[in-house]
Design a protein around this ligand. Structure first.
Ligand code: NAD
Length: 309
């Protein structure tokens, strides 16, 4: 499969490595408005690939060369500087999506292509990319809260002394400050979280849950403070999403996708079944009244931000 990555900064470069390491692409095309950076990334990645898979990796300086791509990953645009929120990037990155998406669409097969959006503020960028591309919503997929859910599972795994693989626990709503932890549907090996805690005599009181929420919400800020940007976590999320699509795995991932029509339409993360044709079904997990209210609030924030564009 031919996969294009647009934007070869910290995130795009890490995504390129992670996608190459899936072994699922026969060709990876890299485009950045900074051609020197894209060429250097292609060169470096090509050397790494010599130790793993035979992949053709090329940097290109025009969009015609992305023809034949079945997946286009958009990781271009401004990132958060220390202290900035994702929403602070709204107008700058809307201009980036406005620049990139029409050029992509002029060169790909609109009946088949899947766009994977990584650029922040993620959910609004998904809405904008869908609007510009006119693709079915099911094929304009944002990584959404895949990363936030991974952060939650990692913290819970340590707290509960169990593998992340055995934890089903989701962060839903905005990939941003209003995201919501769906404690009501969390389960460990098929056992609901509260029952798991009783059986293993592990205490997870409300105060601990609040601390976990705080750590999940602030993970990106902490990483940006420490290393200037985040890239490894999101690269893992994109590679996992690519695997799910290419192999038609139909796993449940908390990706962001436009739901609804007209003024009420909003893109946000819910558990969704993802396969080769994109998102094939959206699911609604068990939620407390408080969680439902938080999700509605998150949805209103995303829509309001989109309406300012
Ligand atoms: P960066 O500044 O390191 O790189 C951005 C790259 O985009 C640069 O190479 C730049 O030349 C390129 N670019 C900008 N405008 C372009 C255009 N119109 N066409 C082609 N290329 C263009 O930033 P980064 O750290 O790699 O972050 C990229 C984006 O990913 C940011 O918006 C960041 O917030 C986002 N991000 C998302 C998640 C997530 O979970 N969705 C996680 C981390 C970062």
């Amino acid at each position: 499969m031919k996969i294009t990555i647009i934007g070869l900064g910290s995130v795009g470069s890490a995504v390129a490595t992670a996608v190459a390491n899936t072994g699922l692409a026969h060709e990876i095309v890299l485009f950045d408005r900074d051609g020197v950076r894209a060429r250097a990334a292609a060169e470096d990645l090509g050397h790494a690939a010599a130790f793993s898979y035979d992949i053709k990796i090329t940097a290109v300086n025009n969009y015609r060369a992305i023809r034949g791509s079945e997946i286009v990953i958009i990781a271009a645009g401004a990132n958060q500087k220390p202290g900035q929120t994702r929403t602070d990037l709204l107008h700058a990155n809307a201009a980036v999506i406005n620049d990139i998406v029409p050029r992509v669409m002029a060169n790909v097969d609109s009946k088949n292509v899947k766009l994977i959006i990584v650029t922040n503020p993620l959910d609004v960028m998904v809405m904008l990319a869908q609007k510009i591309s006119k693709l079915p919503a099911s094929r304009v997929i944002g990584t959404g809260t895949m990363l936030d859910s991974a952060r939650l599972r990692t913290i819970l795994a340590r707290q509960l002394s169990v593998s992340t693989q055995s934890i089903n626990a989701y962060v839903l709503g905005e990939h941003g400050d209003s995201s919501m932890i769906n404690w009501s549907s969390a389960s460990i090996g098929g056992i609901d979280l509260n029952s798991f805690c009783r059986q293993t005599k592990i205490s997870l009181p409300a105060t601990t849950r609040k601390t976990i929420e705080h750590r999940v919400h602030n993970a990106a800020y902490e990483i940006i403070r420490g290393r200037g940007a985040t890239w490894d976590g999101i690269a893992g999320a994109v590679a996992d999403l690519v695997r799910c699509v290419v192999n038609d795995e139909k796993r449940i991932l908390t990706v962001s996708l436009l739901d609804g029509v007209g003024d009420k339409a909003v893109a946000m993360s819910m558990p969704r079944i993802v396969g080769n044709s994109g998102v094939v079904a959206a699911l609604c997990p068990k939620m407390s009244a408080e969680e439902s209210a938080a999700l509605r609030r998150s949805s209103r924030i995303i829509r309001k931000n989109f309406d300012t564009l």
